[in-house]
Design a protein around this ligand. Structure first.
Ligand code: ZN
Ligand code: ZN
Length: 112
C-alpha cells in the first residue's frame, strides 16, 4: 500500500499498515521533535506555576507609619515573602527588592 510519511509528507510503499514514516530517520526526527515540544510545554508550565506562587505579604495601612518587625520563634521573617532571613536588629526585609515591592504594594493599596 501507499502511505504518506507523517514527518516529511513523502509517499512511500509499505505492507505494514501501522508504519507511519518512510524511513527510520524520519521516525527518529519526528520523535525528537515531539520530545522537544514536550519539554517546551513543561518549561512553560513551570513558569506559570512560579508566577502563581506569589509571595504573601502582610499589609496593613498602619505600616505606612511604622513597619513592625515580623518574628517567628525569635527568627526575623521578611515582611514581603515571609522567608526567614539573617536579619539584623530592625531589618524587615530579606533584600532591597522585597522592601521595594512591599512599599509599592502598600501604597498601591492604601494610597500614598
Ligand atoms: Zn519521511
Ligand atoms: Zn523577602
Amino acid at each position: 500500500m501507499i502511505k504518506v510519511c507523517e514527518h516529511c509528507g513523502k509517499e512511500f510503499e509499505t505492507n505494514r499498515s501501522y508504519q507511519k514514516f518512510c524511513s527510520p530517520k524520519c521516525k527518529k526526527q519526528n520523535y525528537d521533535e515531539r520530545q522537544r515540544e514536550r519539554q517546551r510545554e513543561r518549561q512553560r508550565d513551570q513558569k506559570i506555576a512560579v508566577k502563581i506562587e506569589k509571595p504573601k505579604p502582610i499589609l496593613d495601612p498602619a505600616f505606612k507609619d511604622n513597619i513592625p518587625v515580623r518574628r517567628l520563634n525569635g527568627e526575623i521573617l521578611c515582611m514581603w515573602c515571609g522567608h526567614e532571613f539573617d536579619g539584623k536588629h530592625n531589618q524587615r526585609f530579606c533584600c532591597d527588592e522585597h522592601a521595594t515591592l512591599f512599599y509599592e504594594e502598600l501604597f498601591d493599596r492604601f494610597g500614598g
